[in-house]
Design a protein around this ligand. Structure first.
Ligand code: AMP
Ligand code: MG
Length: 408
């Protein structure tokens, strides 16, 4: 039986980044950019005021407060028509272009309107405690100049980057597309979540869980429903799933009489890479690769049916594979924390245990939850991490450090 590390290395070796495609920027959240992006504008496009106030010549306030004739008012979206000369000011709003001649802006909070001089805009007293030339002005192109590279190949597109793409007029970008992942549950005992289970039946909880997990990992997930533990049905649905980049099956990979998944996968030309891993839960996990014509491949994961086994198998192997297909590097969010109480580990496989991680004043503590085994999904709803215990029979005292993997 292989170790988790050896198995993960094989999975990552088989997972190759997808080829870049043109994607509308509005659909590109979370994708990896596959081109350098240059700005087609100066930002800001003009010298602009960064406050609401009065554009003036700083020298006019060198001897303290002074009164000014207000020549005009410029709001964002307008262009100024008047030139600022000594003794004159232009009322200006945040973002509006600075009028010619002006070298500073005084905030409206440091002004007092005076009786009019006949003109509609009147006079204003400006009384800032001090003035420096250039104050409250953002110069044209200081953020970026036309032609500047603003994003590089490999950059992950988050909300901020989508804003930046919009600013530079890019409604489409070259990016690594989301991996397409298909989920197939197997088992004669399974009914849809909308159905009431008859005696002997249970609801299919794995598919919704795996689809959601795949989405959080950055994949586009489709649901292939439930396959009966029967060769024909399995073959048909698996064949459909092989159109995806990743096919995730749950159930049917253990040693039961109806565990037909590995044999059906092999008969459909999926080359087995490994079956069974030294880990708990998740030991019967199966992994293989289908090589299609034209170099396309489908990674196939046969996760054990127990919900906790499926979940851990997904976190440990499928999530990293999705990241690699999406052109991202993957490193689990790992840390160390002190046990809140004694913990006894038994068995020759490393264990991933549902646990609660708490951080307080720089100290991290971890509380393993009392689980009824790998069928106990309820307790997992309380967990925010997996505590990782090495193989062996031993007891750890409260306060001892264990390795912890945060759940997303
Ligand atoms: P298997 O790996 O097919 O032997 O299934 C192991 C256990 O997991 C059995 O108790 C199944 O009933 C349960 N199980 C299998 N598939 C699912 C599923 N999709 N949702 C919830 N439980 C499942
Ligand atoms: Mg089964």
């Amino acid at each position: 039986m292989q170790s988790v590390e050896e198995a993960l290395e094989q999975v990552l070796k088989a997972a190759q980044s997808r080829s870049p495609v043109k994607v509308p920027s509005r659909d590109a959240l979370g994708l990896v950019l596959a081109e350098d992006v240059a700005s087609d504008v100066d930002s800001p496009p003009h010298d602009k005021s960064i406050v609401d106030g009065y554009a003036i010549l700083a020298a006019d306030l060198a001897d303290g407060p002074a009164e000014f004739d207000v020549l005009e008012e410029v709001t964002a979206g307008d262009v100024p028509h008047e030139r600022v000369v000594s003794g004159a000011a232009v009322r200006i709003m945040t973002g509006a272009p600075l009028p010619e001649g002006a070298d500073s802006v005084v905030m409206v909070e440091q002004s007092e309107l005076r009786a009019g001089n006949g003109s509609t805009l009147g006079r204003v007293l400006l009384n800032p405690s001090q003035v420096t030339r250039g104050q409250n002005i953002m110069r044209r192109a200081v953020a970026m100049a036309r032609g500047d590279r603003v994003l590089s190949t490999g950059h992950v597109l988050r909300a901020i980057e989508l804003g930046l793409l919009a600013e530079v007029g890019r409604t489409e970008v070259l990016a690594i597309p989301r991996p397409r992942l298909a989920v197939l549950a197997t088992g004669n005992e399974l009914v849809r979540p909308s159905e009431k289970p008859a005696p002997g039946e249970i609801r299919n909880s794995n598919s919704p869980m795996l689809i959601a997990a795949a989405q959080t990992a950055g994949a586009e997930a489709i649901d292939l429903g439930i396959a009966r533990d029967e060769q024909r049905d399995l073959e048909q649905r698996i064949a459909q799933g092989l159109a995806a980049d990743v096919l995730v099956l749950s159930g049917g990979v253990s040693a039961g009489v109806l565990d037909l998944v590995p044999a059906v996968l092999s008969s459909l030309g999926v080359e087995p890479v490994f079956h069974k891993i030294r880990m708990k839960p998740g030991k019967p996990l199966w992994f293989g690769v289908k090589r299609h014509d034209a170099g396309r491949t489908t990674l196939v994961f046969g996760l054990p049916g127990n919900p906790a086994s499926s979940f851990v198998g997904f976190e440990v192997f499928v999530r990293p594979a999705i990241a690699k297909l999406a052109g991202r590097s993957f490193s689990p969010s790992e840390t160390h924390a002190q046990l809140t109480g004694e913990f006894t580990h038994r068995g020759d496989r490393p264990t991933y245990h549902p646990s609660v991680l708490a951080e307080q004043g720089g100290e991290r503590s971890v509380r393993p939850l009392r689980s009824q085994g790998s069928g106990d999904l309820r307790v997992w709803a309380e967990a925010n991490c997996l505590a990782c215990f090495p193989a062996g029979d031993y007891s750890l005292a409260a306060g001892e450090e264990v390795s912890v993997r945060k759940l997303s």
